[in-house]
Design a protein around this ligand. Sequence first.
Ligand SMILES: CC(C)(COP(=O)(O)OP(=O)(O)OC[C@H]1O[C@@H](n2cnc3c(N)ncnc32)[C@H](O)[C@@H]1OP(=O)(O)O)[C@@H](O)C(=O)NCCC(=O)NCCS
Length: 417
Amino acid sequence: MSDITFRSFDIPDDITDDLRGWFDAVGLGFNQKQASDEALSRWREEVGRDGWRLDGAYAPASELSLGAHLPVATFATTTQTINTGGGHLEPACFITDVTVRTTHRRRRLLSTLMDAALRRARDEGLTLAALTVTEGAIYGRFGFGVATEHHTAELDTGPRFGLVHPVEPRVEMMHTDASVAVRREVFDRFHAATRGSHTRLAFYDAFLSGAWDFDKGGPNKAMRAAVHLRPDGRPDGILAYEVDAEAETVKVRDLLALNAEAELGLWQFVAAIDLAEKATTRRLSPTSVLPWALTDPRRLKLTGSNDFTWLRVLDAPGALAVRGFDADGEATLEVVDPRGMASGSWRVAARDGRAEVTPASDAVVQVDVRGLASLYLGMADARVLAGAGLISGPDADVAALGRLFRTEQPPHNTSGF
Ligand SMILES: CC(C)(COP(=O)(O)OP(=O)(O)OC[C@H]1O[C@@H](n2cnc3c(N)ncnc32)[C@H](O)[C@@H]1OP(=O)(O)O)[C@@H](O)C(=O)NCCC(=O)NCCS
């Protein structure tokens, strides 16, 4: 690796050779086709709004290589927020665009970039880092654990669709460009209220309004928007969808609802779309009321579930102090972090939603830092994690830890990055 140099830069105001090279390297890493100038300039504007920092590993260029501006490894970070419960939005290091060029794999380039980014985030005072993954086996070694999941589902919207209590129709279809501001407003309220929610990055505006779809490399004219309104006319739910006419399927791209009535109102609208027999979604909320509201629950099929966001605790006492606790109680735990960042023992005493976290010397429960990630937002129970080998200790103490970390609702995130 001695021939490799590492450089990082913020998003410039104009397209530079370095910016173009970094962008092309990401496309190469994810096997995408070469992007147009318009795609590049849209991406620059969006990542600029999000405040990304771009890191790259550069190899010396030769006459036949891709040139000095295309890094052989890429890594991007931005500080955004995660709802850690009790209405708290905690700034966290979001990581994305992790690639290593085929010719430079398995030389510890990802490890070097990751270690530097996690250390930097920790030094900046961030308590958490988060990412989404292409493959499940990559990030556990860096201390990340699954913290939210998502369900894919298929709904029969034909004649057998029905709600136990049909809701009053208060849905308006709207112009997709006008939907951007409404979706932001609804999302901000959702984000503030929902444990596990991650900030939505700028690309969502163009993607869900159909103004630009990076996969298509152009606008997506199939995207449609509908909004659910409260009786006072204020939006409390919003939908982005496409209809695949050939497959007679409504593809729900995004359904944000602030309450059960809004959720059911939007599903009822989806089911009413003619010339379609079913609807699909990649993000059915784990707290969705739809399965319970259907006259025939078998009209809804969960077709899959997958890990969504992964969390890395950088500062255990800091992260525990900003977590919302749904139960009062006390537990002592030792966090075991092979990379050393979050190691230590703490007593967590929770009352009225917040915890006081103090150093302890008598911890009998050991929590692997990956297990802490899955415990933290309420995704997994302590006893289950103990069964999986990520927590160890006497049964009664593990059970007490589980009771302390139990959440009234599972975590729910609608935003990828
Ligand atoms: C994933 C990727 C960045 C890893 O790059 P790399 O060059 O192997 O990185 P490193 O050499 O630093 O590897 C770090 C460790 O992860 C392991 N690893 C890398 N990719 C892995 C995978 N897909 N599955 C399991 N382990 C993997 C390596 O074996 C190495 O293990 P070690 O520390 O025990 O030696 C690279 O394979 C890639 O660019 N893939 C395509 C794009 C992609 O999927 N990016 C991830 C986006 S979430």
